[in-house]
Design a protein around this ligand. Structure first.
Ligand code: F0G
Length: 364
């Protein structure tokens, strides 16, 4: 009989810094889906890592099981997170599992409806800020320094420890690291976590690694991939090389002007021989539609930035023939149906409840 998935901490206990008193929703173990349509557009062999299949619908759950387990163990009663939506949804759900409170600080009017609903139904206290994510993160940093509240943004190092397990899963499925890994970049925690995970599986450390857990086991992978980070054009501080004061993009999850993990992301880019590039909102929405219509995976706009970046690289002749490429699609499309539908009509013809009428409506 197949063994049920036990959540990332139990599955990768030997490679994580904490494994006791685990708060989990059995996150991780997400599908790595081969996408022949993307092969045909790029000349490579392309997989999508479907992180929207996590319990709260995004990759954030991998980091949240670690961070909430750690702070709950220390007796913390209240956690706080700044968020563009997914971190708050995840923090709220894991706080419920830990039996502790959760406060989320969000940019007013810039959170997709599904994500806001998640924070609300999980009972988080919402604070809406007349400002952007960077303002929210500053407030949460100051709040958690001055009050007995634990910070669970990705500047909490346990978050990246959990998120690195996505790289482990990819190597476990493919048998070795891919040639190239492409992912969207907002606050830059995830690119840093993948880079750490790939390196640790190859027996190396990165600046984000914990000394005690990083390389105590023999290597599993023979190499590390090139890391390609993709930002939205209106929120591309890492491409520009300086913070963006007023970030703007339809992909609200990555509407961030001053990423907290800036230095780690630059390390991932430079040490891997990769790059961080940007794509327009139109490219993001096109890639989202393409993934839905040709791959069968419905992702949120920010997630589609990875695929938009890959397709742009292919157009510029920068995708090596036959390379194995993994694109992380970070969050579930159901979180933001309004953006996905855009101006599309959602008014199907209403028919009489008969087979004849259905046959006619289908033109059969
Ligand atoms: N994709 C999605 C769906 C996200 O929610 C985020 C970040 C990213 C990509 C970028 O990842 O920040 O590690 O570079 N969302 C955070 C949040 C900021 O608050 O939910 P990153």
């Amino acid at each position: 009989m197949a063994q049920p998935w036990r959540g990332i901490i139990a599955e990768y206990a030997d490679r994580l810094p904490r494994t006791e008193n685990v708060v989990t929703l059995l996150e991780g173990g997400t599908p790595l889906v081969h996408a022949p349509h993307l092969d045909s557009l790029t000349g490579a062999r392309v997989y999508v890592k479907v992180e929207g299949a996590n319990p709260t619908g995004s990759f954030k759950d991998r980091g949240m099981t670690m961070a909430i387990s750690e702070v709950a163990d220390q007796g913390v009663q209240l956690v706080a997170a700044a968020s563009t939506g997914n971190t708050s949804a995840s923090a709220a759900a894991y706080a419920v599992r830990a039996g502790i409170g959760c406060a989320v600080v969000l940019p007013a009017g810039k959170i997709a409806a599904g994500k806001l609903a998640q924070a609300i139904v999980h009972g988080a206290t919402l604070v809406a800020v007349d400002g952007n994510f960077d303002d929210c993160l500053r407030i949460v940093r100051e709040l958690t320094e001055a009050h007995p509240v634990a910070l669970v943004n990705s500047i909490n190092p346990y978050r990246l420890q959990g998120q690195k397990t996505a790289a482990f899963e990819i190597v476990d499925v493919l048998g070795d690291a891919p040639d190239i890994h492409v992912l969207p970049v907002g606050n830059a925690g995830n690119i840093s976590a993948y880079w750490m995970g790939y390196n640790e599986y190859a027996g190396r450390r990165t600046s984000a690694s914990f000394e005690d857990s990083a390389t105590r086991l023999p290597p599993v992978a023979s190499r590390v991939p090139q890391m390609w980070g993709i930002q939205a054009e209106g929120a591309a501080p890492l491409v520009k090389g300086e913070p963006v004061e007023h970030p703007e993009t339809v992909a609200t999850a990555i509407r961030i002007g001053n990423p907290a993990s800036w230095d780690y992301a630059v390390e991932a880019r430079d040490r891997s021989g990769g790059w961080i590039d940007s794509v327009t909102d139109a490219q993001i929405l096109d890639a989202q539609a393409l993934l839905a219509a040709h791959v069968g995976v419905f992702v949120e706009p920010a997630s589609a930035a990875s695929v938009a970046g890959l397709l742009q690289a292919a157009e510029h002749g920068r995708v090596p023939e036959g390379a194995t490429i993994v694109c992380t699609v970070t969050g579930n499309g159901l979180k933001d149906t309004a953006t996905a539908l855009g101006s599309r009509t959602i008014d199907p013809t209403v028919i009489a409840p008969t087979l004849d009428a259905a046959v006619k409506a289908l033109g059969l």
